[in-house]
Design a protein around this ligand. Structure first.
Ligand code: ZN
Length: 280
């Protein structure tokens, strides 16, 4: 069986466009899809013609986050998912996988020495944020909604805790406390997105912005990006990201311990406890 491919890569003049194309599953991310996305990012990074990278997705929603179905049509030829022992996830293996596979990708994409722009439409849920936040600029459609409801998994947010940096402390807390959505306009006010445009103009506007950025000298672009990212790192961004990843895994480890290796939402855990199938 051949793996299905959900990631497209095109170069338009000096702009690389990476497209996640799995609209039937609201662009949910499997380990195989993330590996394919990472391949596309590397290709854009290595191509001397490419000066700017655009990340876009197809369909109504930007991304529903990680694919929790366990079905990965893109990985049959590669063993990319976290290893299981006797069908159960092992905490330390899970930690290693997410370090490499989730956090690792987001951090690597953030630091690629070329400017990147994400175009976000519809819902951008949980790990959807880990696709757009690593990009340098974000253009949102008017209907964009950003949320991170992984409190439902007993966890403080996705693996890449940029929430506080992107939204400010109070808005980040409200987003995580309520599992609610941040609208495109709210995201604009908080500085999380650069522009809000009508949905039908999203792609055209983003590509035009990319071409405008591509007119700047590549070395100047690289150094400008480095200056801003180094400033954030001096303020503690990367250290905080690493520290909060461990807090994220405290949540996973608690859930795995309570369920002897299953990942479940808290509602399921409560039901399992009531049925005597899970510990405290
Ligand atoms: Zn996780």
């Amino acid at each position: 069986m051949t793996a299905e491919h959900f990631v497209r890569y095109e170069v338009d003049d000096r702009v690389a466009v990476i497209t996640l194309d799995r609209p039937g599953a609201a662009n949910a991310q499997t380990p195989g899809i993330l590996a394919d996305l990472d391949d596309a990012w590397r290709r854009a990074e290595d191509d001397p013609v490419v000066r700017v990278i655009v990340l876009t997705t197809t369909g109504k929603h930007f991304s529903a986050g990680h694919d929790m179905s366990g079905n990965d049509p893109s990985t049959d030829e590669r063993s990319l998912a976290p290893r299981r022992v006797d069908g159960k996830l092992v905490a330390e293996d899970y930690y290693d996988w997410e370090t490499r596979g989730y956090l690792g990708y987001a951090r690597r994409w953030r630091d690629i020495p070329k400017p990147s722009i994400a175009a976000v439409q519809g819902k951008c849920i949980a790990a959807g944020l880990m696709l757009c936040w690593p990009c340098d600029l974000i253009v949102a459609a008017e209907n964009a909604q950003f949320s991170d409801p992984v409190g439902l998994l007993g966890i403080m947010g996705v693996e890449y805790h940029a929430h506080t940096w992107e939204l400010g402390a109070r808005k980040a807390k409200e987003m995580l406390f309520t599992a609610g959505s941040v609208s495109a306009e709210e995201a604009l006010r908080s500085g999380m997105v650069n522009h809000v445009v009508p949905l039908e103009q999203l792609r055209e506007f983003t590509i035009a912005l990319a071409h405008r950025v591509a007119q700047t000298d590549p070395w100047a672009l690289r150094m400008a990006k480095r200056a801003v990212n180094q400033t954030l790192d001096t303020q503690g961004f990367s250290t905080a990201i690493a520290a909060c990843f461990d807090i994220h895994h405290l949540g996973h480890t608690r859930a795995l311990a309570a369920t002897a290796g299953e990942t479940v939402v808290m509602a399921d855990l409560e039901r399992m406890k009531a049925a005597g199938r899970a510990g405290r």
